[in-house]
Unconditional design. Structure first.
Length: 206
């Protein structure tokens, strides 16, 4: 593990290149098994609801499962992952981009999913992203987001699928405050991964 506060490095580019290079290994590691929160979401949205998947990777299994009932938009910083997503998910719109470089219209989505992606974005940008998501969601819309239990300003570490990766995140208590301040209510917390719990949130009406 190496400290990652070298501001001469482009950490987003490092993440993108890692997911490009190790796309096969990542898909083998993450391509099976749906989080329980996805089933939760499917039970609460009507057919043809609009769902944004941030960090959609190759589209399997989450984006593809969502696309069976919903109108899905996927975003990923890795060009190779988006190429695969377009092959794996027949019905969906996909963007190769840093999510913070995109903007969608107000009330564009009924739900936003961001699984295992937030911690690859410098944590100083998390509030801005939550505020954007709040605007993109319809009032009462859902946000499913993987958080972290412990705070980490920034680190580099080789991920299980082989690539050197960047992590940066707040602690769970800090996220509770940040989500509340940006207009979200945490409805449930799923701890399938003890280090990185998944929060099911609802956008407030205001």
């Amino acid at each position: 593990m190496k400290p990652a506060l070298d501001y001469t490095l482009d950490y987003k580019r490092l993440v993108a290149e890692g997911y490009n290079t190790y796309a096969d290994a990542y898909q083998q590691a993450r391509g099976n098994g749906l989080p329980a929160a996805i089933k939760w979401l499917k039970n609460r949205l009507p057919n043809r609801a609009r769902v944004l998947d941030i960090g959609c990777a190759a589209g399997v299994p989450v984006t593809r499962e969502l696309s069976k009932r919903f109108v899905v938009t996927g975003v990923d910083i890795s060009a190779e992952q988006i190429r695969r997503a377009r092959q794996n998910v027949r019905h969906g719109e996909f963007f190769h981009s840093d999510i913070l470089a995109l903007d969608f219209s107000t009330d564009a989505f009924d739900a936003v999913v961001a699984l295992y992606v937030l911690y690859h974005i410098p944590r100083g940008e998390h509030e801005r992203l939550f505020r954007s998501i709040h605007r993109w969601l319809t009032p009462g819309g859902y946000l499913l987001v993987t958080l972290a239990r412990e705070a980490e300003e920034g680190r580099l570490e080789r991920a299980s699928f082989g690539a050197e990766m960047f992590w940066s995140h707040y602690s769970l208590p800090e996220y509770r405050v940040l989500l509340t301040e940006t207009g979200f209510e945490i409805l449930e917390l799923h701890e399938e991964n003890p280090r990185y719990p998944l929060a099911i949130c609802r956008r407030g009406q205001a």
